[in-house]
Design a binder for this molecule. Structure first.
Ligand SMILES: [Zn+2]
Length: 287
């Protein structure tokens, strides 16, 4: 993975790219005050972001908003100023995380019972070597549908709950003056399962919601490059077509990919093949 860098995306938005082992995108929206988007995978990750902002003269964040509850987006929140803003389902999940023991032994036990997934446990061990101290910060500003924040200086941020397969609490953040959409992990498949998967009943409404934002720049939780509107639309079209074909043809992946080739005149690329596999898995993943 390339080294993490801080990029100015637009007049009022700064983005720190994802990094190893599983550090997600972090962003700062700068109006009269600075709002941070996602809290970081550890105190070290969060400090790296705060240092990078300071180095380019951006005011330190005064509040933070979370996209969803997954560890890599929330573990750094303990050193950040309040308010900590989150969807009500994110807040509930964080209460659960706050009750966990995060030692290697406890992580391994949760992997054995299927409560935790092995890749997350491995990444937590890499991000935070033992002795590990995790203090889960609990949100104090909680909303259920959407929250509009006025940051001053003509900058607003819309935080909108979108759900999806990856995490039911997923939210996106849209900054209209910048036409920047911060997606978090909402477009990714469900991962708390033996194999990751998509369902059309969750992904399709999510794509409709996300497509309604008139953004020019799309930032994903673990994507190292910003997406243009054209790139986002191409991805959304791919997902819709894959889901539609799997729904009509069923679990025969070869037949689905052949239908794709007939319909589009294109050989399915690796992304398309993976999306089809995820939809096929989704046919039976939830019983
Ligand atoms: Zn996630």
């Amino acid at each position: 993975m390339p080294e993490t860098t801080l990029t100015q995306l637009s007049d009022h938005v700064y983005w720190m790219t994802p990094g190893a082992p599983d550090r997600p995108s972090l962003a700062a929206v700068v109006g009269g005050f600075t709002l941070m988007l996602d809290a970081g995978a550890s105190v070290a990750h969060t400090r790296l972001f705060l240092g990078a902002l300071a180095a380019v003269g951006v005011a330190a964040p005064r509040s933070v908003a979370l996209t969803h509850w997954h560890w890599d987006h929330v573990f750094g929140a303990e050193i950040l100023p309040r308010p900590l803003i989150a969807h009500e389902a994110t807040a509930e999940a964080l209460v659960r995380l706050a009750g966990y023991d995060w030692s290697d032994t406890a992580l391994d036990q949760r992997v054995a019972t299927g409560e935790e997934i092995a890749s997350c446990a491995e990444d937590i061990k890499l991000e935070l070597p033992e002795p590990r101290r995790v203090n889960i910060a609990l949100p104090d500003t909680v909303f259920s549908n959407r929250l509009d924040l006025n940051l001053g200086d003509g900058v607003t941020c819309q935080i909108v709950h979108v759900g999806g397969d990856h995490a039911a609490d997923s939210c996106v953040m849209y900054i209209p003056s910048e036409r920047v959409l911060f997606l978090g992990d909402c477009l990714y498949p469900a991962i708390y399962a033996p194999a990751h998967y998509y369902t059309t009943r969750r992904l399709f409404p999510l794509l409709d919601t996300v497509s309604a934002f008139d953004a020019d720049i799309y930032i994903e939780g673990h994507g190292g490059e910003a997406m243009s509107k054209a790139a986002f639309r191409a991805l959304a079209d791919k997902m819709r077509l894959a889901g539609t074909l799997v729904d009509s043809i069923g679990a025969d992946e070869r037949a689905v990919l052949a239908a794709y080739q007939t319909q589009t005149g294109q050989t399915p690329d690796e992304d398309m093949q993976e999306i089809v596999t995820d939809f096929v898995t989704g046919l039976t993943a939830e019983g």
